[in-house]
Design a protein around this ligand. Structure first.
Ligand code: BGC
Length: 447
C-alpha cells in the first residue's frame, strides 16, 4: 500500500509563452529571439512558427475555463520578457504586462494558483543584439525585468521561477545550436552558463527585497546510467555527462561551486571564474523545480562532443516520439537524489510528460492516447515513491496542457494532455487529460 499524497500537494499543468501564445507582436510587444529564429531558414522543422501556435493570447479565458474543468490546482506558465519590456530594458509596455495580469486574475477566479516562470527561453531581440546571455550586463537586465514582474504581480502570484532549464539555454542555444540563437561554441556556452546563474542569483536577491512569497529555480535532470558491462571509460564518461547536464547549475546555485569535471568537459574553454564570484551564485531559494523526461544509459564515445558519451537504446524499452526512454524509476531516484544532495528543499516536479503520436485531428471527437496515460500513471506513482523515501515533493505539473510548438521540432511532436487541431484551434481533452482529471479528483488515490 502506498501512503497518500500529502494534503495540499499541488496538481497542475505547465506551458511556456512562445510555445502557446501566438500573436507575438500584439499590443506593442518587441521582437523576440525565437520570433527571429523561426524565420531563419532550416532552423525549425517544417518552417513552423509561433505566430499563431495555440492562439492562447486570444483564447486565454476559454483556456482557463478548460483548466478549471480538469480540476487543476496550479498552472505553470511563463512571461514573455519582450511583451513586458519590448526593448528588453527601460520602458514598460503596460498592455503586454496587462495580458499576464488578466491571466493571473482569471486563474485566481477559477481557484487555480499561478506559478510564474520569468525566463523560458524567449528573449527580447534587442538584448540578443547585445550578445544576449553572453553579455556581462544580462544578469542585471534580468533582475530589472524580474522586478517589474514582481511589482505588478507578487500580490497575486505565490510561486515564482527565475529560469527554466538553464542547461538547455546554454547547450541548445550556444553549444550545439539547435535552439535560439543557434551558436556552436564551447567558449560561449561556458560563459552563458555562468551569466544565467548570475541572473538567477540576482533575480532571487531582487525578490527578497520586495517579494512576499516563494521563488525557486527549475532545472532538467537526466540521470546517467551505465550498461551492465561498463568499462572504466564508460564510467568516466558517465561522470562527465552527469556533471555537465545535471550538476553544472544546481551545484553553484545550492553549494556555491562548479563540479570539478567541467574543467575536463570544456577544456581550454573553461573560464577560471574567481572563487568569490562562484560563491556569490549560492543564494537561498524556497524550492527547486525538476523537469524530468527520461534517463540515459551511456557509453564512452570519443567522437561525441563536448562529453565523450552517447546514449544507448535499451532493448525492450518503451520510447517516445522524441526518442526518450520511459523510465519512471529514475524520476523517483532523481527526486531523492535532489533531496539528499541539496539540503532537503521543497521540491516540485515542474514538467513531466511525453510526445506520442496523436492524429492532427480528433477522430469522432476523441483522442485516445494509452501510452501517455501509462506514462502519467507510472511517473505520478514514482513521485509517490519518492515522497515515501523521504523527498519533500509538494507538487506535480504535467507537460503539457496543450499540444504546442515543440521548439525546433515545430508542431510535429505532441506533448499535450489536451489535443490542439492547428487548423481549427479546436481543443479536445485526450484520454490522458481525463485520466489526469481523475487523479486530481482522487488526490492520487486511484493510481
Ligand atoms: C522544456 C519545454 C519542452 C519540453 C519537451 C523541456 O525541456 O522546458 O519547453 O517543450 O522539455 O521537450
Amino acid at each position: 500500500m502506498r501512503q497518500p499524497f500529502p494534503p495540499g500537494f499541488l496538481w497542475g499543468c505547465a506551458t511556456s509563452a512562445y510555445q502557446i501564445e501566438g500573436s507575438p507582436l500584439a499590443d506593442g510587444a518587441g521582437v523576440s529571439n525565437w520570433h527571429r529564429f523561426v524565420r531563419t531558414p532550416g532552423r525549425v522543422l517544417g518552417g513552423d512558427t509561433g505566430d499563431i501556435a495555440c492562439d492562447h493570447y486570444r483564447r486565454m479565458k476559454d483556456d482557463v475555463a478548460l483548466m478549471r474543468e480538469l480540476g487543476l490546482a496550479t498552472y505553470r506558465f511563463s512571461i514573455a520578457w519582450n511583451r513586458v519590456l519590448p526593448s528588453g530594458r527601460g520602458a514598460v509596455n503596460a498592455a503586454g504586462l496587462g495580458f499576464y495580469e488578466r491571466l493571473v486574475d482569471e486563474l485566481l477566479a477559477a481557484g487555480i494558483q499561478p506559478m510564474v516562470t520569468l525566463h523560458h527561453w524567449d528573449l527580447p531581440s534587442a538584448l540578443d543584439d547585445r550578445g544576449g546571455w553572453l553579455n556581462p550586463d544580462m544578469p542585471d537586465w534580468f533582475a530589472d525585468y524580474a522586478q517589474v514582474c514582481f511589482k505588478a504581480l507578487d500580490d497575486r502570484v505565490p510561486m515564482w521561477v527565475t529560469l527554466n532549464e538553464p542547461w538547455v539555454v546554454a547547450d541548445g542555444g550556444f553549444m550545439h545550436g539547435a535552439l535560439a540563437p543557434g551558436h556552436k561554441s564551447a567558449f560561449e556556452a561556458a560563459i552563458v552558463a555562468h551569466r544565467l546563474m548570475q541572473a538567477h542569483a540576482k533575480g532571487v536577491q531582487a525578490y527578497r527585497a520586495i517579494g512576499k512569497n516563494r521563488i525557486g529555480l527549475v532545472v532538467n535532470i537526466e540521470p546517467k546510467h551505465l550498461p551492465a558491462d561498463a568499462s572504466e571509460y564508460d564510467r568516466h564518461a558517465a561522470g562527465l555527462a552527469d556533471a555537465y547536464m545535471n550538476r553544472q547549475y544546481l551545484d553553484p546555485a545550492l553549494l556555491g561551486r562548479y563540479p570539478h569535471e567541467l574543467r575536463e568537459v570544456f577544456g581550454e574553454a573553461w573560464p577560471d571564474w574567481p572563487a568569490a564570484e562562484v560563491e556569490a551564485l549560492k543564494v537561498p531559494v524556497d524550492f527547486l523545480g525538476l523537469n524530468y523526461y527520461t534517463r540515459a544509459v551511456v557509453r564512452f564515445d570519443p567522437k561525441a562532443w563536448p562529453v565523450p558519451a552517447v546514449p544507448q537504446r535499451q532493448p525492450g524499452g518503451i520510447y517516445t516520439e522524441t526518442g526518450w526512454e520511459l523510465h519512471p524509476q529514475s524520476l523517483a531516484d532523481t527526486l531523492v537524489w535532489m533531496h539528499e544532495r541539496y539540503g532537503g528543499l521543497p521540491l516540485y516536479v515542474t514538467e513531466n510528460g511525453a510526445a506520442f503520436y496523436d492524429p492532427p485531428t480528433a477522430i469522432n471527437g476523441r483522442v485516445d492516447d494509452p501510452l501517455r496515460v501509462h506514462y502519467l500513471r507510472t511517473h505520478i506513482a514514482a513521485v509517490q515513491d519518492a515522497i515515501q523515501r523521504g523527498a519533500d515533493v509538494r507538487g506535480y505539473c504535467a507537460w503539457s496542457l496543450f499540444d504546442n510548438l515543440e521548439w525546433a521540432l515545430g508542431f510535429a511532436k505532441r506533448f499535450g494532455l489536451v489535443h490542439v487541431d492547428f487548423q481549427t484551434q479546436r481543443r479536445t481533452p485526450k484520454a490522458s487529460a481525463r485520466f489526469y482529471a481523475e487523479v486530481i479528483a482522487a488526490h492520487g488515490a486511484n493510481l
